[in-house]
Design a protein around this ligand. Structure first.
Ligand code: UDP
Length: 369
């Protein structure tokens, strides 16, 4: 008889959701995390009354009522709607690409005029089957928007030419012929009232957690503590990088407190030109409609990941996916280890997708018991 039913490596959304579900079924779980806090990249540090998204801005959205009700059962979400603004050469444009953007770019006032303009733009490039992000973007919106609002931002975020990036990345962004600046199409959206740490605290309630504890530093020992392991870290790292490291994009954040109440009037302003080294400035108080006399802003600088840095975005190109498949074959042979989450699945996951994946894994696992 082992001390725990599950040892869960990683206290992010996948690990915490799995732990919650397992505990509900009477399973004994130990969650460990190498960081000094829970919540993974949703973790916020409260600095002088403002929740600072330490690992980059997180905006929750989903179309799935079940997921929305699930997260709201731990903490109520506010009415925040993401409407980023893009700054290109000192001029401001609304995102995602919508009637406001088309008016700002071309002065077109009706959907008919805008559609005609986009059609002309797209026709000028003659692409039928897009094979990379550049071609996909040109096919979607044409060269004007591509040059001003996509190319520079994308190439600095990914550190790769847009012609070397997978097309799916740009399909994340809606294109619409209404005056609607909501970045997401999903029905439900918001930020936990009081911050993301309350969501994590709810998920991990009554579950044993050990922080600053690195599963991989003593994999055999931690594995021996429980019947099964749920591992949410990077898959290549779990296997000692034996087929080589998977590529990630990392980020460097420069936080700054300013003695003014309102710096940019919006939570997110993207800087889309190549010559500005950061991709965006986040003004954290606006996620929660803060009324403090001061504000905290964060400039986000993309960087290539090397060992020891935080891995943020998986680079899902053909070469990396080939390598990932080799690791997946090893993972498939494990009898007592479940793998899940953004890092273990090497997937560009949004939060709601991570929670959904953890709920599915938990359902299958706990039903099979
Ligand atoms: N993107 C862009 N211009 C922008 C914002 C996004 O070209 O102003 C592209 C870019 O290629 C980026 C992708 O859209 O990688 C997805 O952006 P999203 O905002 O979904 O990225 P995340 O919020 O996950 O960092």
């Amino acid at each position: 008889m082992k001390e725990y039913d599950y040892i869960i490596a990683g206290a992010g959304l996948f690990g915490a959701t799995f732990a919650h579900q397992a505990r509900k079924q009477g399973k004994k779980c130990l969650v460990i995390d190498r960081r000094a806090h829970t919540g993974g990249n949703t973790f916020c540090r409260n600095v002088n009354g403002i929740n600072v998204h330490e690992y980059g801005a997180h905006i929750f959205h989903t179309n799935d009522k079940g997921i929305w009700d699930f997260v709201n059962s731990f903490v109520e979400f506010n009415r925040y709607t993401n409407s980023p603004v893009a700054n290109y050469q000192g001029r401001l444009y609304n995102l995602p690409f919508n009637m406001n953007t088309f008016y700002q770019l071309w002065g077109v006032k009706t959907p008919e005029e805008a559609e005609k303009k986009i059609k002309e733009q797209v026709a000028s490039v003659s692409i039928s089957k897009p094979v990379n992000l550049e071609e996909q973007a040109l096919l979607l919106v044409g060269p004007d928007i591509y040059e001003k609002l996509i190319k520079g931002y994308t190439e600095k975020q990914w550190g790769r030419k847009a012609t070397d990036l997978p097309a799916f990345i740009i399909k994340r962004l809606p294109v619409r012929f209404t005056f609607d600046n909501n970045y997401f199409n999903d029905r439900y959206q918001g930020i936990p009232q009081g911050g993301y740490n309350l969501l994590t605290a709810g998920l991990l309630e009554d579950i044993e957690v050990k922080l600053s504890t690195d599963f991989l530093a003593d994999k055999d020992y931690f594995t021996s503590l429980a019947d099964k392991v749920v591992y949410t870290g990077a898959l290549d790292e779990y296997y000692g990088y034996r087929f080589g490291a998977l590529q990630y994009r990392s980020l460097r954040f420069e936080h700054e407190q300013l003695d003014i109440a309102n710096y940019q009037g919006n939570a997110v302003v993207n800087y889309t030109e190549a010559s500005i080294p950061f991709t965006r400035i986040i003004e954290h108080k606006h996620f929660e409609f803060g009324t403090q006399a001061h504000t905290i802003i964060t400039r986000e600088y993309p960087a290539e990941w090397t060992k020891g840095m935080e891995p943020y975005y998986p680079v899902n190109d053909d070469q990396n996916m080939e390598r990932f498949k080799q690791y997946q074959q090893l993972a498939a042979q494990e009898k007592n280890v479940l793998f899940g989450g953004r890092l273990a699945e090497y997937k560009y996951y949004d939060m709601h997708q991570v929670i959904a994946a953890a709920l599915v894994t938990a359902r299958k696992e706990l039903a099979a018991e």
